[in-house]
Write a protein that binds this ligand. Structure first.
Ligand code: G16
Length: 540
């Protein structure tokens, strides 16, 4: 059936797909226009195979039905869909690769809250399993501006709760267990018997799935296959509104986990994941591990896991992520790449075999096993390292800092600002950049200042305007950029970093250690004065 439609404004994908309020996605033709634009901008769905699933948030089930019927009407050959319409983002990436599918449609607004009043999102991943490139998302966006009609099959709903094969029109639908193939992949990368022995020896863990998609994955892998005590996984049932939780695994939103990990009887290891299972937060008993540090520790110790025993080809991190991983890469004699924010920028490096591990300050880490960041993968690699080293998280962090020095790091978020105010802050600093080198602020000399541009070493494409950075002579730095994942107003992210070589000064309180850089940021960018905010909304 061909349905006439008209372009809808603002269907521009951000850092990771199109994210809007759930009610916006539920409005007439909104989802349909975008999905048809994806098909049109990728050469049509005729004869193609797709993977489809989402994080189970409100509207996930309806959207799955619409997309299945649209794929059928557009002539797709087959769609592989997770039972109940569920797939974590890394599991979807794996299924695309495993089945040599032509692409995948993932329904998620990731760490943004869900529910009718929350957010919904959709992203398209290509045959590599990774997020669409900037050029492709631009093409999809361009198509949304000219679309006149979409195709949808006039068929009854598909039984997405029943595993097995079904047909609509000429299209085959395979409803698969969302966990099974992913769990097999993890078993191949990590030393499950060793981790199982650690749990059998009394090792205690708490995994907070935040009522989002990782619950079933974590239960199957941690409790069923690795023998973690029943109840290790909490908030393990995916709910359409995430039980009212904000599934963003950071110390602010995963405060319950933080409280327990800092209590007297804390478990040995704690972790949390986000809406779609690609992010992770790692906490030891009495110690929080910043994502940039986590990446550095994973790079330094990955060889302890069977999947990485041969060593790493290279490592990549997003520009605002601290340089802690670069120091490890230098010691290992492997390349360290610096990319813009967004997992899509790692894709070419991974495909070209230039890097094995990637990570971001925004609680993302992953490897070449899929083309997305992978929350549970990071947790399992940590578990493998803990099982091999037989040290606590705290001991591992302290010895890491003694060896490599410590990159004190924090991110300050100023959320839901009026767009023009946020733009004013950015424009103000951008205009001053050229004149900053040589200036002294808070006793620190500015060594360089620029608006980060990335030239992809594989395909030569250049991405500009990826964040304002001011680097001081001692290696400290501040970075300012606007979030590309929010749905309300604008969010300024201020990233702060200061390196201390040691041996002294390695155990300072993070915000205190960063105090001169925080003051320098206010002097240079005037975020508080211009926004009228007393301080950041979220500090990670
Ligand atoms: C998405 C991307 C990440 C990126 C993050 C940054 O995360 O997949 O690669 O680091 O956005 O978001 P922002 O632009 O708001 O700083 P996710 O987990 O939301 O898909």
């Amino acid at each position: 059936m061909r349905v006439r439609t008209r372009p809808i404004e603002g269907q521009k994908p951000g850092t990771s797909g199109l994210r809007k309020k759930t009610k916006v996605f539920m409005s007439e033709s909104y989802l349909e226009n975008f999905v048809q634009s994806v098909f049109d901008a990728t050469g049509g769905a005729e004869g193609r195979t797709y993977v489809l699933g989402g994080d189970g948030r409100c509207f996930n089930d309806r959207a799955v039905q619409v997309i299945l019927k649209m794929a059928a009407a557009n002539g797709a050959r087959a769609v592989i869909v997770g039972q109940g319409g569920l797939l974590s983002t890394p599991a979807a990436s794996h299924l695309i690769r495993l089945n040599r599918a032509d692409g995948g449609i993932i329904l998620s607004a990731s760490h943004n809250p869900g529910g009718l009043e929350g957010d919904f999102g959709i992203k398209f991943n290509t045959a590599s399993g990774g997020p669409a490139s900037e050029a492709l998302t631009e093409a999809i966006f361009a198509r949304t501006k000219t679309i006149e009609a979409y195709l949808i099959a006039d068929e009854p709903d598909v039984e997405i709760d029943r595993i097995g094969r079904q047909q609509i029109g000429g299209m085959e639908i395979s409803v698969v267990d969302p966990v099974a193939d992913y769990a097999v992949l993890m078993e191949g990368l990590f030393d499950f018997p060793k981790i199982r022995a650690m749990f059998a020896g009394g090792f205690r863990m708490r995994f907070d799935a935040m009522c989002a998609v990782t619950g079933p994955y974590a239960r199957e892998i941690l409790e069923n296959r690795l023998g973690a005590a029943p109840g290790t996984v909490v908030n393990g049932t995916p709910l359409p509104d995430f039980g009212g939780m904000h599934p963003d695994p950071n110390p602010t939103w995963a405060h319950d986990l933080m409280d327990r990990m800092f209590a007297d009887d804390a478990p040995d290891f704690g972790a949390a994941s986000d809406g779609d299972g690609d992010r992770n937060m790692v906490v030891g008993s009495g110690i929080y591990v910043a994502p940039s540090d986590s990446l550095a520790v994973l790079v330094a110790n990955a060889h302890l896991a069977p999947g990485y025993r041969a060593g790493l080809k290279g490592v990549a991190r997003s520009m605002p992520t601290s340089a802690a991983a670069d120091r490890v890469a230098a010691a290992l004699g492997i390349a360290a790449h610096e990319t813009p924010t967004g997992w899509k920028f790692f894709g070419n490096l991974l495909d070209a075999g230039r890097v094995t591990l990637c990570g971001e300050e925004s609680f993302g880490a992953g490897s070449d096993h899929v083309r997305e960041k992978d929350g549970l993968w990071a947790v399992l690699l940590w578990l493998n390292i803990l099982a091999e080293r037989r040290e606590s998280v705290k001991e591992i962090m302290e010895s890491h800092w003694r060896r490599f020095g410590r990159n004190y790091y924090s991110r300050h978020d100023y959320e839901a600002l009026p767009a023009e105010v946020a733009a004013g802050v950015m424009d103000g600093l951008r205009a001053r950049l050229a004149g900053l080198p040589g200036c002294v602020v808070e006793g620190m000399t500015i060594a360089s200042a620029d608006d980060f541009a990335y030239a992809d070493p594989v395909d030569g494409s250049v991405s500009r305007g990826q964040g304002l950075r001011v680097v001081f002579a001692d290696g400290s730095r501040l970075v300012l950029r606007l979030s590309g994942t929010g749905t309300e107003g604008a969010t300024i992210r201020l990233y702060l970093e200061r390196y201390v070589a040691g041996p002294g000064g390695l155990d300072a309180e993070v915000q205190e250690a960063l105090a001169p850089v925080i003051r320098a940021a206010e002097t240079l960018a005037g975020i508080r004065t211009q926004t009228g905010r007393a301080g950041p909304d979220v500090v990670t």
